[in-house]
Design a protein around this ligand. Structure first.
Ligand SMILES: [Zn+2]
Length: 268
């Protein structure tokens, strides 16, 4: 008769002999807006929907799914002696419809005199998002940037003063002006600028492996472009600069310039 104690041992031996089950692990949710951290100590190359991913020295890699990501993805892993292909389902997310009224009309439909300024802002942000920073700390747990009430969630369809706009790309945390904002992970400041039209005062931090966090509508900014920051460093404070109806932090998370759901990263 096999005792209860012996059973787990049998399962363990099975896992070791079945290399398929022990060579790769995925952490995160396969859902629209989700982010996945993969690990394999033996993998030589990883492809996500045909795109080769960077693999850290420890065998970690990262990828994510945008708001409207298709319903499946292909992950291909190349090992020294074989190639494995996973066809994974990406769960559909339900998004809210969010109506915001009372915004100054020039913030919803800016006049032509503002086009140049808005275009320049977009170029500045685009340049910062193209940069990257080499760090392997993305496998550490992320922390929330501020304490406050969640006043806006990722992906909502926004109707501003009755006009249908782009979906909400980030997470809003409402708190009084002056509330500290912390870096969610170690990284390097890729942008720290004041006075942009929509975003107001803005900071972008690169965390490595194409993962970035963006903090907007800030009151004060405590960092400068090029600064290295540690997780928990106060990079500035909550405000309502740019297009905002009240003091709050809007945070975007980007992987490979795709906006992902910040809450899914923070809850990993
Ligand atoms: Zn927002």
């Amino acid at each position: 008769m096999i005792s209860n104690l012996a059973k787990p041992l049998i399962i363990l031996l099975f896992l070791i002999s079945n290399s398929h089950a022990s060579e790769v692990s995925f952490h995160g949710k396969f859902v629209q807006g989700g982010i996945i951290i993969g690990h394999s100590s033996l993998v030589e190359k990883v492809f996500f929907d045909g795109q080769e991913l960077q693999i850290s020295n420890d065998g970690n890699f990262i990828f994510g799914f945008g708001r409207n990501h298709k319903q499946s993805s292909i992950i291909k892993l190349k090992f020294p002696n074989k190639t494995e292909t996973y066809n994974v389902d990406i769960k559909k997310s339900d998004y809210k419809i969010e109506k915001i009224d009372g915004l100054p009309s020039k913030m919803v439909t800016p006049g032509p005199e503002l086009y140049e300024r808005i275009k320049n802002d977009r170029v500045l942000i685009g340049q910062a998002l193209k940069e990257d920073y080499q760090s392997e700390k993305f496998t550490n747990k992320f922390i929330w940037p501020s304490n406050g009430r969640i006043s806006g969630v990722f992906g909502s369809q926004r109707i501003l003063n009755g006009i249908k706009k782009n979906p909400h790309g980030g997470l809003d945390i409402a708190a009084p002006t002056g509330t500290p904002i912390k870096a969610i992970a170690d990284g390097k400041v890729l942008m720290a600028e004041k006075g942009l039209y929509y975003t107001g005062n803005i900071v972008i931090i690169g965390h490595g492996y194409k993962l970035k966090s963006m903090y907007i509508h800030m009151e004060d900014i405590n960092v400068s472009k090029g600064d290295k920051v540690s997780q928990g460093d106060v990079i500035g404070t909550i405000g309502m600069t740019g297009r905002a109806t009240g003091p709050h932090l809007h945070m975007n998370i980007y992987w490979n310039r795709i906006k992902i759901n910040p809450e899914l990263l923070l809850e990993m």
